[in-house]
Design a protein around this ligand. Structure first.
Ligand SMILES: [Zn+2]
Ligand SMILES: [Zn+2]
Length: 168
């Protein structure tokens, strides 16, 4: 995903870019729709450009409880600085991407792929009420029930009960 420098320099105002998920660098994200919509605004600043916008798309995560894939709607805001000064001190502590002053095209593919990848929750859950899998037979309890009962005689603590503490 490359932006022509002159486009950015024209101070984009919520310009919509339709990006194919296929052209993004691989970050292990599975997209359900190939089309990723990215709206970008830009502003000229001393050391380059400030750009910000939104990334929207539909991808899929795997629920850590039931292990089923589920669709997720991406709606990510970003704001970064594109700078041609390697050592520019950034008062706003904004994330900075460097580009060569002679570069005609600026590649935003890594930025977009990173933002999408960082948006993934640590523990994706398909639904807060997801019941997960039965720990005994592995059936997905959201979809069907099983006859497993928690067998109380099978508790790991039972072994302790067998120990005779009244040693004479
Ligand atoms: Zn689930
Ligand atoms: Zn079961």
């Amino acid at each position: 995903m490359k932006l022509i420098r002159s486009q950015i320099a024209s101070e984009l105002n919520n310009r919509l870019f339709n990006i194919s998920a296929k052209i993004l660098p691989e970050r292990g994200i599975v997209f359900l729709e190939d089309k990723i919509k990215c709206t970008i605004s830009s502003k000229i600043i001393d050391s380059g450009f400030s750009i910000w916008g939104k990334i929207r798309g539909i991808n899929k995560y795997f629920c850590i409880r039931c292990l089923e894939p589920y669709p997720n709607t991406l709606n990510i805001n970003f704001k970064v600085m594109l700078s041609h000064e390697k050592d520019s001190t950034n008062q706003e502590t904004l994330e900075t991407i460097f580009f060569h002053p002679n570069e005609e095209k600026i590649n935003l593919g890594d930025l977009i792929a990173d933002k999408i990848s960082l948006d993934e929750p640590m523990k994706p859950i398909c639904d807060i009420n997801c019941k997960g899998l039965c720990t005994q037979c592995g059936v997905n309890i959201n979809k069907s029930s099983c006859d497993c009962k928690l067998d109380e005689t099978d508790s790991p603590w039972d072994e302790l009960k067998k120990i005779d503490f009244n040693l004479k």
